[in-house]
Design a protein around this ligand. Structure first.
Ligand SMILES: [Zn+2]
Length: 268
């Protein structure tokens, strides 16, 4: 015999249609629906939703698709609105965006307050100029080879592995003639590169620069950060006119790699 899935009984399906809730996908608009919720769960959600601080009634809109999901709660009277996306979850323990939105709505917050609090939090935890320690790049890690630029290593734990991002700023010297530069040539560009290591083995730094050519260790015994590796800058990111801009460029790109004051280890 046909059995209704719990929460989808006729009474709930009827009642949910009276609620002002709409789910939008790039191609559809579904009234009376919320992502992953049964009609009964949507009714419960609305029961927990307070009226607006102005006394007005809220409406709920969800916009989904392509793995994204935003929940909007908007007052139909004064227009106060809250929007929370899947990216507003700060940890794995945080509930979904519809619960975060409900919580903030019931606290009477505005989107502007949410934005300001988020910025203040980020400002406290983001890396600052002094957190990036730049060291000279000597080819093969031998000072007698001169200085080709600067590098900076940043580490964070990634489950039981150590993730590293290496920024290198390469000095591009002005050519006197094609392929001709001298050590006196001025620097004409500061070129930022990035190399990422997903499982660092051995010390979290390069060996001390040394002018003696060492007999190389067997490839499999080498730590991840060995003398020759210093020559490998990784991918080109961008060329800058000044060293300060190149350093700022590296700093600004740390956030999206989850490198911040709470995650970075061994900051020296
Ligand atoms: Zn209102």
């Amino acid at each position: 015999m046909f059995k209704t899935t719990p929460g989808h009984e006729k009474e709930y399906r009827k009642k949910v249609k009276e609620l002002d809730v709409t789910y939008y996908t790039p191609f559809h608009k579904i009234k009376g629906y919320m992502n992953g919720k049964s009609p009964k769960e949507i009714i419960d959600y609305f029961e927990r939703l307070n009226e607006c601080t102005c006394g007005g009634e809220p409406k709920v809109m969800q916009i989904g698709g392509m793995g994204e999901l935003d929940t909007h709660i908007i007052c139909k009277q004064c227009g106060r609105g809250i929007c929370q996306s899947i990216y507003d979850r700060e940890s794995g323990d945080d509930p979904g965006c519809e619960e975060l939105a409900l919580r903030k709505w019931n606290e009477g917050m505005t989107q502007e307050e949410i934005r300001r609090i988020k910025e203040e939090k980020w400002e406290k935890k983001r890396l600052h100029e002094e957190d990036l320690i730049w060291k000279p790049v000597h080819p093969n890690n031998m000072p007698c080879n001169g200085t080709e630029g600067l590098y900076c290593l940043l580490f964070r734990k990634d489950e039981d592995k150590i993730y590293c991002c290496k920024w290198t700023i390469q000095y591009q010297l002005k050519e006197i003639e094609p392929m001709g530069v001298s050590t006196h040539s001025p620097v004409e560009a500061y070129i930022l590169h990035m190399k990422r290591y997903f499982d660092v083995k051995g010390p979290l730094k390069y060996p001390k620069p040394n002018n003696h050519c060492e007999i190389g260790l067997a490839r499999e015994d080498r730590p991840t950060l060995h003398n020759d590796d210093i020559n490998d800058y990784g991918h080109f990111i961008r060329a800058y006119k000044t060293l300060e801009e190149a350093k700022e460029g590296a700093l600004a790109r740390c956030g999206w790699q989850r490198l911040n004051r709470e995650t970075v280890i061994n900051r020296r």
